[in-house]
Design a protein around this ligand. Structure first.
Ligand SMILES: C[S@@+](CC[C@H](N)C(=O)[O-])C[C@H]1O[C@@H](n2cnc3c(N)ncnc32)[C@H](O)[C@@H]1O
Length: 361
């Protein structure tokens, strides 16, 4: 069999047979971003025909509110001559196109804008290139190479797609969760030697037997690097994702394929693998980098305090035939049984800024 005929599952199984079980973080990293077979390297997973739908694909107003948020920060920073806007995982480019349609109305913003995108998926990069052509986007893989201007970072449903490690408590000790093979099938197991606990903080000290500690090291490291980049030059990070406010034991790994939950071990690279974001841990990483953390708010709170309701009313008046669609989109974005409460908006900024939507609860 030629190498090109092998599926990602075959490659992972070979690696396990050769070198032993792999950690969940290694498994997730391979499934999501393996250079030729990773989930986020190949086709477009978004939208009704894909595996899941994201907020900017539900309504243009989601990106528009983020555009207003960016514009407000730009003005708060004194309308600098140069500003870098970096989006992490821009998907189809929809969020940024909607956001920049709004933000570029602010005097000076268009001339100051340097748009940077960080993306692994070649098919999505082509869509971003088309949709954002008017704003002269550039793609970057290295935050250290961004221009030295103030920096605003936007990330919607990005941090949930980064690998996590999991540790399971057994008889007062922690063991890392691994993926191995049993009877030729991929199975979860535990490392034979206990983990020394370096990454596990206070929040896990009273964990019960069998509970899981989920540690998103990649997300924390990225947040800290972004924080260290923003702190000396000014700016902010806005990230919207599903997750929890306080670090706590729990197991949140899930696989999604064609809008249905799937077995995360069944078809590596074919399903989206995500975990809920630990916002307290992200906040800690940004704080040690020198940023101010603003109180976490729900997506519903964030969008409505930026004027989502008024925007939907205005659009319904000018497009009465779309009124029902707009009403349903508003409910999806803000409703507590939909995305409104499960999704949270997190913001860390350079000291002295008061990012809109986070000012009061
Ligand atoms: C769930 S999608 C969200 C897309 C978009 N933000 C939206 O809201 O529609 C995740 C995005 O992050 C990208 N992505 C995933 N892992 C990445 C990584 N390690 N580096 C850069 N981009 C990544 C994916 O290709 C995709 O564009």
């Amino acid at each position: 069999m030629r190498d090109t005929d092998l599926s990602l599952g075959d490659l992972i199984d070979m690696q396990i047979r050769t070198s032993g079980p792999i950690s969940l973080a290694t498994y997730m990293g391979l499934c999501l971003t393996h250079p030729s077979r990773g989930y986020y390297r190949t086709s477009d997973p978004l939208g009704v025909g894909g595996d899941f739908i994201t907020a900017p694909e539900i309504s243009q107003t989601f990106g528009e509110m983020i555009g207003a948020w960016i514009a407000d920060l730009y003005v708060q920073m004194g309308s600098p001559d140069a500003i870098t806007v970096l989006e992490l995982g821009p998907g189809r480019g929809t969020l940024m196109a909607d956001a920049l349609r709004v933000a570029t109305r602010v005097p000076g913003f268009s001339d100051a804008l340097n748009l940077q995108l960080m993306e692994t998926n070649a098919a999505l990069i082509e869509m971003q290139r088309d949709k954002l052509a008017a704003f002269g986007p550039q793609w970057t893989e290295d935050i250290g190479e961004l221009p030295p201007s103030p920096l605003i970072v936007i990330a919607n449903e990005f941090f949930d797609a980064l690998p996590v490690r999991q540790f399971v408590k057994r008889e007062e000790k922690w063991f890392e969760r691994c993926i191995g093979l049993a009877d030729g099938r991929r199975v979860f197991g535990l490392s034979p030697t206990p983990y020394d606990g370096t990454l596990l903080g206070e929040a896990f000290s009273n964990a019960k037997d069998g509970e899981v500690a989920e540690i998103g090291l990649a997300g924390r490291q990225l947040m800290e690097q972004l924080g260290r980049t923003i702190a000396p030059r000014g700016g902010a990070i806005l990230t919207i994702d599903y997750g929890y406010e306080h670090t706590q034991p729990g197991e949140t790994l899930q696989a999604l394929s064609r809008h249905e939950y799937a077995d995360p071990l069944a078809e590596p690279g074919k399903a989206d693998l995500t975990t809920h974001v630990d916002f307290e841990a992200l906040g800690h990483a940004a704080r040690i980098a020198g940023l101010t953390i603003h109180p976490l708010v729900t997506q519903g709170h964030f969008l409505t305090s930026l004027g989502l309701e008024d925007r939907h009313s205005a659009l319904s008046k000018t497009n009465p035939d779309k009124a029902e669609q707009l009403r349903s989109a508003f409910e999806r974005l803000t409703g507590s049984s939909q995305m409104g409460t499960l999704f949270k908006a997190f913001c860390a900024s350079s000291p002295g800024l008061a990012p809109a939507g986070f000012v009061s609860r």
